[in-house]
Write a protein that binds this ligand. Structure first.
Ligand code: LLP
Length: 438
């Protein structure tokens, strides 16, 4: 824990705001974001590209955390974003996000979603498969519209990461397979589609990646393929989009490179490879999600019941759990927590942090060292900013928490806490006739 994140009362702060005050004002569970940290991470990515003097684009993968306020923040930072559903696109529209700076991803976009994207005028559609390519070709002809596209390819390279979140390997539901010639065929079809402008190639090899080799391998592979396409297909991709996946530090065991080190390596490798293979220098796009928001987010919970299993384990239960953070249950993801009232106190016990959901797997943290605690204490689970709120559910009919942005000592509510009335808002009661059926 950074000492700068503790105030004079020894309370944990986020964006200069006292977390005990946040818990008192907005109640718990509560997602709080240090928005200054998000801006700094964006600035750091920009700096690497600018130091290397190359053309680039940073596109925030908004699936990591999407709300109207977040799209506004991203728009103000002057970078692009990508969306993967009509719902994310709608949210970005509500935020007034410039549609020309939006890329639309997804392996099964519906016709309605594609029409919505064309109506909105999104900057780029990331075409994933032949079905989509044909549909987009037809739609743009019927509507006398054009669309800028990139093709998503599966490069046959997987990053060493958890199976559920690795996407670049051959046996994946995403993208045109490179090794079997599908990608070549897709390029040819896109070239003959009169209203589609194919500007680049996209790939994404996984998430929470800790090593450079995967990225270097995709750069090598893509530039080689581009060299072949120049001569065989007269296709010169202008943009190489290498996706996201830059790993972040969740626990003391994680030793990731700085996200900017990945990008620096990608840039340098691209310069070397394009020169060697006589390919014009490419514009490089990245799509960071987690690395922009994970460490900026903290979840505040209130401690309640506890249970001692003598000689085995002490469980401390919080007022949230898998409904606001599914990652430990789904991926065995690890987090660390501190006591908000004084993160610097020495530990006196090892406890396991349980959620309140009716499921044994609803455990947020196994074996967390903490000082003595009592019911009512506020527990801060750190680095929960990515894929927490965005993967939240109403399991057990628990309302989803509020979201608060904090910066320079001030806080702002950006998502209201759901109410019980919200939970039944879409429910339709039985009619009298069906109610009386035995
Ligand atoms: N671009 C594409 C095409 C992606 O599929 C993803 C993530 C990203 C960018 C952003 O990756 P990031 O920089 O956030 O690693 N729910 C999982 C992560 C799923 C990632 C899916 N795709 C988790 O909680 O770990």
């Amino acid at each position: 824990i950074k000492t700068s994140a503790v105030n004079q009362a020894h309370h944990l702060t986020v964006g200069g705001v006292d977390t005990l005050e946040l818990a008192a004002t907005y109640q718990t569970p509560l997602y709080v974001y240090d928005t200054g940290m998000i801006r700094q991470s964006i600035a750091a990515f920009k700096q690497v590209f600018e130091e290397n003097q190359i053309k680039y684009q940073i596109s925030y993968a908004s699936k990591a955390f999407a709300t109207v306020a977040m799209y506004q923040l991203i728009a103000a930072a002057g970078i692009h974003c990508d969306v993967v559903s009509g719902g994310e696109l709608y949210t970005a529209q509500q935020a007034g996000f410039p549609m020309a700076n939006v890329s639309f991803h997804g392996n099964n976009k519906s016709e309605a979603e594609l029409k919505m994207a064309l109506d909105a005028g999104v900057g780029c559609i990331m075409v994933d498969n032949f079905y989509e390519l044909a549909m987009l070709d037809r739609l743009t002809r019927e509507r006398h519209q054009s669309a800028t596209i990139m093709l998503r390819i599966a490069p046959g390279i997987s990053a060493h990461t958890h199976d559920y979140v690795s996407t670049g390997q051959e046996d994946s539901k995403f993208g045109f397979d490179l090794n079997s010639g599908q990608a070549d065929e897709a390029v040819k079809r896109a070239q003959t589609a009169p209203n589609l402008d194919l500007v680049g190639i996209h790939c994404h090899i996984g998430s929470q990646i800790f090593e450079l080799d995967g990225f270097k391998m995709i750069v090598d592979k893509l530039v080689s393929v581009f060299a072949r396409w120049q001569t065989e297909l007269d296709f010169y991709p202008r943009i190489m989009n290498v996706g996201g996946g830059f790993g972040v530090k969740y626990t003391a065991d994680d030793q990731p490179l700085a996200p900017t080190q990945f990008v620096d390596a990608i840039i340098k490798e691209t310069i070397v490879q394009t020169k060697a293979k006589k390919v014009p220098m490419l514009e490089i796009w990245i799509e960071p999600g987690r690395s922009l928001v994970a460490t900026a987010g903290t979840t505040l919970y209130t401690l309640g019941a506890s249970k001692d299993v003598p000689g085995i384990r002490k469980y401390l239960a919080v007022d949230g759990g898998m409904g606001d953070n599914i990652r430990p249950a789904l991926y065995q993801a690890k987090y660390e927590a501190v006591l908000a009232k004084n993160p610097t106190l020495p530990s006196e016990q090892v406890v396991s942090i349980a959620g309140k959901y009716c499921e044994s797997g609803d455990m947020l943290i196994w074996n967390q060292a903490l000082p003595q605690t009592e019911p009512g204490d506020v527990l801060a689970v750190l680095d929960t900013g990515a894929y927490g709120y965005s993967m939240a559910s109403n399991y057990n009919r628990n309302p989803r928490p509020a979201v608060v942005f904090c910066e320079d000592g001030a806080s702002q509510l950006v998502v209201k806490r759901e109410t019980y009335a919200d939970l039944t808002r879409l429910d339709v009661p039985l009619t009298v006739a069906s109610e009386s059926k035995a």
